[in-house]
Each structure stands twice: as C-alpha cells, then as structure tokens.
Design a protein around this ligand. Structure first.
Ligand SMILES: O=C(O)CCC(=O)C(=O)O
Length: 296
C-alpha cells in the first residue's frame, strides 16, 4: 500500500500522518494478545527494578539492563509501580507484575508476531513511498502500555534526538493496539514543527556510565518552548491505526488517569545507507549477532 499524493502532502505539511485501519481487527488483536502474554510472563523476582524515565532536565534511565536491550525483549517499569529501596528493604512492586510495566523493548521484533507485522510488505510499501530512505533499518521496537492510573506522561520530544543519525533520518511507525483517546493518554502533535525544530541535542551513553543529552556540534540550539506553543493537536485514534511520525516533529502524551490500558506498538526506521552515520555514542546499539534489520 503506497501512500497517495494527498497523504504525502499531509505528511510533509504536518510531520505526522494518521492511517486508520492500517491493521485489521484480527491482526491488531493478535499483537495485543501477544503483548498481554509477554506481560503475563514477566517475572519481577529476577528483574533489576529498572524504571523507565526520560526528561531533558531530570532523571533518565541508563543502567546496563537498559543499555544492553537493543537486541532483546526486556521489561521497563512504571516509576509509580515501584516502591523505592530503603535501608531495610529492596525496591519492590506495589501493583501486580503485569500492571507494572511501562514498556517492553527494545527489540520486540524478535518476537514472531511483532516481527511478522514490522517487516511486512505493507509496512515496507508505505515506508518506501515516503521517498526519503535509501536503505531503511528498523530499531527500537517496543510496546508502550500506559497502565491504568499509573501510566506516566511521555514528555514533549522529537525522535531524532533519541535515535540520532547524521544527518537525521528517524521515522516512527506507531500502532494503536487499543483505542487511544484523550481519556487514556492519546498522542498530541505540534503540526509542522518538523520544519523548524533543529536536532541540536542527542541522547547518548555518558562517558562515565549511564545516559545524558549532548549538544550536536555546529547545530544552533532551539530557542522555542515547544510544550507551551499554541497549535498542539490531539491525535485520538482507533485500534489498528498506524501513525507515521517524522523524526523532527514535536509530540507528547499525557498520563493515563483512566482505568483502562492504552497499549501501542511502535518501531522506528533510520537510513542505514551511504551518507548516514549511526555512531557508537547512541544509547541504543546494535550487536554483531543482531544488526538493525533491513526493512528495504
Ligand atoms: O505512545 C506514546 O505515548 C509516545 C510514543 C512516542 O513518543 C514515540 O514513539 O516516539
């Protein structure tokens, strides 16, 4: 399924494109049920209690469990699901294990169900029809659960900051596994921001361990307070919708105060072709056993 010229024009204008019904109800249910099976298999007794946190000015995840997850299926916890360690007791979950997970990643495509849809002809055709990638590689495939009541916000960001290539080339393929609404924390976008936002910062492995943000040399810093600019647009959608997300467009999602999950599956592509560099500073690294798989 190639994108139409009207869809491509919308993509260029907004920096994101909503494709309702991209996956059928039975395909979507298969992915959702697989995610639920993985959650049911999660064993917190052998887990390092790694919580998923990112923010430009605060705490961000960066332990070994996180940094070596590029070729694995791992579970990252909601901060609100963990009672921190004290002098007397180790950290422990304060909700059932399957309700404690913020995301499952970062190589979920090694699972046969997620792999089959990620590297499918349909996704390939859409990705090719964007006309921007010579050699598309898939990375950071994950389910985000947005658990009822404790599912945290995803702060305003653009994806090329986190999946940096020189020059930037990240595109997200975000798939709703359940209906996403303002009530359970649907995505919002600042339409058109990909045209003005510069990728002036990148999320890297810190030299002394952990992760940090680093300025991209010779790229002028953004001065905009993106979060507070007018024009943000919510993007509610039904299960089975795929949303394409340009690597520079500003987006975010609020916490989920409702009593329902908001499960989505997302993966990203970068250009791994000539003229594009993905270097060893990036927090997410391929391994010799599993280079980032080629989409086309
Ligand atoms: O699903 C969400 O709430 C956020 C996802 C996101 O920001 C991303 O995939 O880049």
């Amino acid at each position: 399924m190639a994108l139409t010229s009207a869809q491509l024009a919308q993509w260029e204008e907004d920096g994101y494109l909503i494709l309702p019904g991209f996956f059928s109800p039975s395909e979507t249910t298969e992915m959702l049920e697989r995610a639920c099976t993985l959650l049911a298999s999660f064993d917190p007794t052998t887990h390092p209690m790694t919580r998923f946190t990112t923010s430009a000015d605060g705490d961000h995840v960066g332990d070994e469990y996180f940094l070596s997850s590029g070729d694995k299926i791992r579970f990252f916890l909601e901060p609100g699901a963990v009672t921190p360690a004290t002098a007397e007791a180790p950290a422990k979950l304060n909700v059932p294990a399957e309700r404690s997970v913020n995301k499952i990643g970062h190589a979920l495509l090694i699972d046969p169900v997620f792999g089959k849809y990620t590297l499918s002809e349909r996704v390939r055709d859409v990705a090719k029809s964007l006309g921007t990638h010579k050699s598309a590689r898939v990375l950071q495939s994950m389910v985000i659960c947005k658990q009822p009541r404790i599912g945290g916000q995803v702060p305003c960001h653009n994806d090329s900051t986190f999946l940096y290539t020189d020059p930037p080339s990240a595109v997200g393929c975000w798939i709703a596994l359940e209906d996403c609404t303002p009530a359970n924390g649907c995505l919002s976008f600042l339409p058109g921001s990909h045209k003005t936002a510069r990728v002036s910062s990148r999320f890297v492995r810190a030299p002394g361990g952990g992760t940090t943000f680093e300025d991209v040399p010779s790229v002028q810093k953004n001065e905009e307070d993106w979060d507070n600019l007018p024009g943000w647009k919510e993007a509610p959608c039904t299960a089975g919708t795929m949303v394409l997300i340009h690597g520079s467009v500003m987006h975010r999602s609020p916490p989920n105060p409702s009593d329902k999950t908001r499960m989505i599956y997302t993966f990203h592509m970068i250009d791994g072709g000539e003229g594009f560099t993905y270097d060893e500073k990036n927090w997410l690294q391929p391994t010799p056993e599993m280079p980032f798989p080629k989409l086309f």
